[in-house]
Design a protein around this ligand. Sequence first.
Ligand code: PLP
Length: 401
Amino acid sequence: GSVFANVVQAPEDPILGVTVAYNKDLSPLKVNLGVGAYRTEEGKPLVLNVVKNAEQSLINDPSRFKEYLPITGLAEFNKLSAKLIFGADSPAIQENRVATVQCLSGTGSLRVGGEFLAKHYHERSIYIPVPTWGNHPKVFMMAGLKPMSYRYYDPSTRGLDFQGLVEDLSAAPEGSIVLLHACAHNPTGVDPTPEQWEQIRQLLRARSLLPFFDSAYQGFASGSLDKDAHSVRLFVADGGELLMAQSYAKNMGLYGERVGALSIVCKSADVAGKVESQLKLVIRPMYSNPPLHGASIVATILRSPELYHEWTVELKAMADRIISMRQELFNALQAKGTPGDWSHIIKQIGMFTFTGLNKEQVAFMTREYHIYMTSDGRISMAGLNSKNLPQLADAIHAAVT
Ligand code: PLP
């Protein structure tokens, strides 16, 4: 018999498992609104033109190589990534207080940051919002941290439970780590207002709570890279310390290239240097060094004013298409007279709508309408188009009546 005969079958991942089920469905009507990946109006995956252009110039570059990158990745990519999220005029960058390392997309950045904290920070508790991206608690637990939760979403208002958030973070032990979605909170699409962000900042700083930002959607929420970085820059501006996990999966459409960055903003250049030296010790035994291609694409785009501009235009177009799908879905439900208040569809921002549909309703929609989505009622607006939108509206209508 096999030495692995006792291995039990593991369940599918709650998010990626939706795609597994979708792939098994033979119906031509099937619609995948599970995974957070952008689709065009034609329902196709999109490679940005600016990415194609950058790849072409990489291929044409006679000095191109396929050597190993350093443990910390492509240095220019790291510099440009920090500038992108913190702003070109960020005092932390000018004062050399930021340690940035290239990581395997957002997930890898969270994991490396988590392991660094588990090794070098005095507090293990990391407070994560309820609900959150399903991978957060697992990533931090595997990193050696202790996932705790804070209230974030109020199902009765389908908005932010700001009072619950303040109460829970006020009660967290001093020094605890707090995971914050920089913008376009996943799965709820509900973000604090700028005033609420300022209150959150004051609360965290007053209680010496350490912010760990997850930025997976910069530019995707509003269409503006700067606007979507507002929360983060507010925290950097006060001179305090924080961690930042950045992903280029969504905003450059580089999902499979696995390109992202972890930045740790420190109080001084001296500390940042030591922090970077320890990040290398986290990374080296984990995967040695990160992949070259995605980081080269990003650096090519960010360093060129022309390509950067082209990117912002394409990014805005993706964000705008998602926003228009929100309006169309809302209009379709209004037109059908679907019972209930659906205004949250147009109020929420980013890639997802947290519909408020329950598990049974989701199962019904999958069974009867071949619509695939996560069981918490989250739909990826990026997977919607004018062809499949009526089918979704019919399914929602049937599920709630
Ligand atoms: N964080 C959040 C909130 C996300 O929604 C995602 C992806 O869905 C990620 C991080 C990580 O994505 P990736 O590892 O593909 O960059």
